[in-house]
Design a protein around this ligand. Structure first.
Ligand code: ADP
Ligand code: MG
Length: 323
């Protein structure tokens, strides 16, 4: 087995707030191999973006992070600033949730794609940088001439392609995509997913792809981790988690998104009652218990561990395997 590109080892993130401590991520173990796409699913507030933010140590000062976040074997959490700066863009880069609105409106998009290249490779000449920008735009399916456009002259899908081009500018080995298609319509969404899948295949990138929509992940990813209230509650091969989920929460997500980009379940899973728990006062036992259709008395005594259930699969539910 090759060394993972990215490995979370016992990662926990707690935000200190005026209203108390928020344990947003709780003991996550997860790895991404080169050439692998790992999906992270879960409703809003389950800790997906918080987990992603630790990869480049981008969490706010109010966050306390425990565990290890290894990128190509190096722990990002204890890395010196100089090494971290080198890692950002060139080692790993992130397409953020809501990035669609983060392009600078007064600069041409080509200049914005060029920015990280100039920063990381100051020795490159003007024409070489222009050539690289054109190449990057082509990689994400935009004509190189679009480099001259301003963000407002582009559609949402084109702007998202520019954001992906920017993330690829320094040829990272690892790409983190945090809900990169959630704001796009279904057609454009599937085009962007196609671009990302093609890039992973062509360049042997590793990708951590975050989405609340399990059907999007089922199509794109090799493996899926389902998060609930800050923990991974199910992990396995993408098609198996989607079509034969073990954890009742994974089951609810898979039933909520019967097909890709289902408009009825655009931002929240349909058919699942209630909300994720308040992280500041988690219920006793299984945190999904209060919403779980299969809950029994024993579920309320302790939080179930994530245990293996067959090859490459694990789930955190005491009722897995029961008829
Ligand atoms: P997701 O990406 O799955 O929607 P997030 O990682 O954004 O989840 O949030 C997880 C939890 O952490 C939520 O309860 C959210 O309110 C909380 N949270 C996120 N960022 C902060 C912050 N900067 N300060 C305090 N709490 C935060
Ligand atoms: Mg998020």
């Amino acid at each position: 087995m090759t060394d993972p590109l990215l490995a979370f080892e016992g990662v926990s993130v707690t935000y200190r707030t005026g209203g108390g401590e928020v344990p947003a991520v709780r003991g996550v173990d997860l790895a991404v191999a080169p050439g692998e796409i790992v999906g992270v699913a879960g409703e809003s507030g389950c800790g997906k973006s918080t987990l992603a933010s630790t990869v480049l140590r981008l969490q706010p000062p109010s966050a306390r992070v425990e565990g290890r976040v290894l990128v190509q074997g190096e722990d990002v959490l204890t890395m010196r600033w100089g090494d971290l700066r080198a890692l950002r863009w060139a080692g790993a880069s992130i397409v953020f949730q809501g990035a669609l609105h983060s392009l600078n409106p007064v600069h041409r998009v080509g200049r914005q794609v060029a920015e990280p290249i100039r920063l990381h490779e100051p020795e490159l000449g003007e024409s070489e940088v222009d050539r690289r920008v054109g190449e990057l735009l082509e990689q994400v399916g935009l004509p190189p001439a679009r480099a001259a456009a301003y963000p407002h002259q582009l559609s949402g899908g084109q702007r998202q392609r520019v954001m992906i081009a920017m993330a690829l500018a320094c040829r990272p080995d690892l790409l983190i995509a945090d809900e990169p298609t959630t704001a796009l319509d279904v057609m454009v969404q599937s085009q962007i997913l196609g671009v990302l899948a093609g890039l992973v295949e062509e360049h042997e990138l590793g990708m951590l792809f975050i989405s609340h929509d399990l059907s999007v992940l089922a199509d794109l990813c090799d493996r899926i981790a389902v998060m609930y209230a800050g923990r991974v509650v199910e992990l396995g091969a993408a098609d198996e988690v989607f079509t034969r989920p073990l954890h009742p929460y994974a089951g609810a997500l898979s039933a909520a998104f019967p097909r890709i980009g289902d408009p009825a379940a655009r931002y929240a899973p349909a058919g699942l009652g209630g909300d994720p728990p308040d992280l500041r006062s988690l219920p006793p036992g299984c945190s999904f218990g209060p919403r779980c259709p299969r809950v029994v008395e024993a579920c309320r005594s302790e939080e179930p561990a994530l245990l293996p259930h067959g090859a490459g699969r694990s789930a955190a539910c005491i009722r897995v395997g029961e008829p």
